[in-house]
Write a protein that binds this ligand. Structure first.
Ligand code: FAQ
Length: 333
């Protein structure tokens, strides 16, 4: 038995070293499984809680075109949550369990979604900065050692890329608009810049999980490396937008080949993680309410699936008549 475990562990280490994918039925260390569940669940929760700040503006979007784009984007975020909950389920946990942990504060979601969307320009700033930070963090996750997570990230990143561009385009329109519109865009960037930098997590020397997650090739880069990459990407984009990033210390450092930037307020970050951010209470209350009010939908879907299962197990669709029994189930559901 002990030899079998050693063999499994050796095979796992070799697969990770060779950049092969670990799949759900492969042996994996318990701590690797737990780390993935923690990260993927936090990621999934972020996607669905992240629908709230932008959804706040759907009824007040300034044109039909902007409204259609925003509805599609918010809907995409729901889809991302679904791919990610499915990826977590392949690790032997259930969606109910994960949602329960979110609703009872035992699992986190990204700090960024605890800030309010005060003006229409915030929707553009979220697209440009929040989706931009998400892509910077998530493109390397397409090469994560765990297959289902890596594959989910490929599609998510394609959609996030569209989100980032629509945010940029929306901010550009405001920046080139009236002085009041330009000021609104600048104010949004002023408020979202620092929280976006916090999305990458604590600095490397305070990151509890980074070393092990990088050894397992779940994470491919450290929090600080990705944060630096994001700053370097944003500086020229801000110039093109005609907007200023709110950091007087932001300057190109020739010897490092990167931009230096000012200190991040890690006290604020810790406060938001502890539940004391501007919108923590509102976000989680709204999430719990949506979950409770959606109970009848889950019950109806489960009843429909059970009816479908029993009609197919009667053999009624064994000769291809399955679609008939499905539609019958739908009518009576
Ligand atoms: N917020 O040791 P590390 C999006 C926690 S999706 C809250 O460095 P790790 C799309 C961390 O969990 C945004 N908590 O941890 C969208 C840990 O606590 P724990 C979400 C944070 O896991 C756009 C502790 O601090 N993206 O935006 C945060 O190695 C627009 C120690 O930290 C992902 O989840 C934070 N910012 O690295 C949707 C990407 N940072 O669990 C709607 C996947 C850290 O021990 C609209 N996740 N913590 O209690 C990751 O890449 C990693 O999990 C990190 C953190 C980089 C977030």
């Amino acid at each position: 038995m002990a030899t079998a475990t050693v063999d499994h562990a050796t095979a796992f280490d070799a697969a990770v070293a060779a950049d092969e994918r670990i799949e759900p039925r492969d042996w994996m260390p318990d701590a690797y499984r737990a780390t993935l569940v923690r990260q993927i669940a936090q990621h999934a929760h972020s996607e669905i809680i992240g629908m709230q700040p932008e959804a706040n503006w759907i009824t007040r979007a300034p044109s039909l075109r902007r409204k259609a784009i925003l509805i599609a984007k918010v809907q995409d975020e729901a889809g991302h949550g679904l791919y990610l909950y499915s990826a977590a389920e392949t690790l032997g946990t259930s969606r109910d369990e994960l949602l329960d942990k979110l609703h009872t504060g035992r699992q986190k979601y990204s700090s960024i979604f605890n800030y309010p969307t005060l003006t229409w320009a915030d929707v553009g700033a979220i697209g440009w900065l929040v989706d931009g930070a998400a892509i910077t963090n998530q493109v390397p996750l397409c090469r994560c050692s765990y297959g289902p997570y890596a594959r989910a990230m490929v599609r998510i990143c394609k959609e996030e890329s569209f989100h980032q561009r629509q945010g940029y385009e929306s901010l550009l329109a405001l920046s080139r608009g009236t002085p009041a519109q330009h000021a609104m865009a600048q104010d949004a960037v002023d408020r979202w810049w620092w929280p976006s930098l916090m999305m990458f997590g604590p600095p490397d020397d305070a990151s509890a999980h980074s070393a092990q997650s990088m050894a397992w090739k779940i994470k491919r880069h450290s929090n600080d490396d990705l944060r630096q990459r994001f700053v370097d990407i944003c500086v020229p984009q801000a110039e093109s937008l005609g907007l200023t990033l709110p950091d007087p210390d932001l300057v190109w450092n020739e010897s490092r080949g990167h931009h230096d930037f000012g200190p991040i307020d890690w006290t604020e970050f810790q406060q938001v993680l502890k539940g004391n951010g501007p919108c923590n209470e509102q976000r989680i209350t709204q999430r719990r309410t949506a979950h409770d009010e959606g109970a009848w939908v889950r019950e109806a879907a489960a009843a429909h699936a059970a009816k479908h299962r029993s009609s197919t197990s009667n053999g009624s669709d064994s000769s291809g008549s399955g679609s008939g029994s499905t539609s019958q189930g739908e009518e009576s559901a």
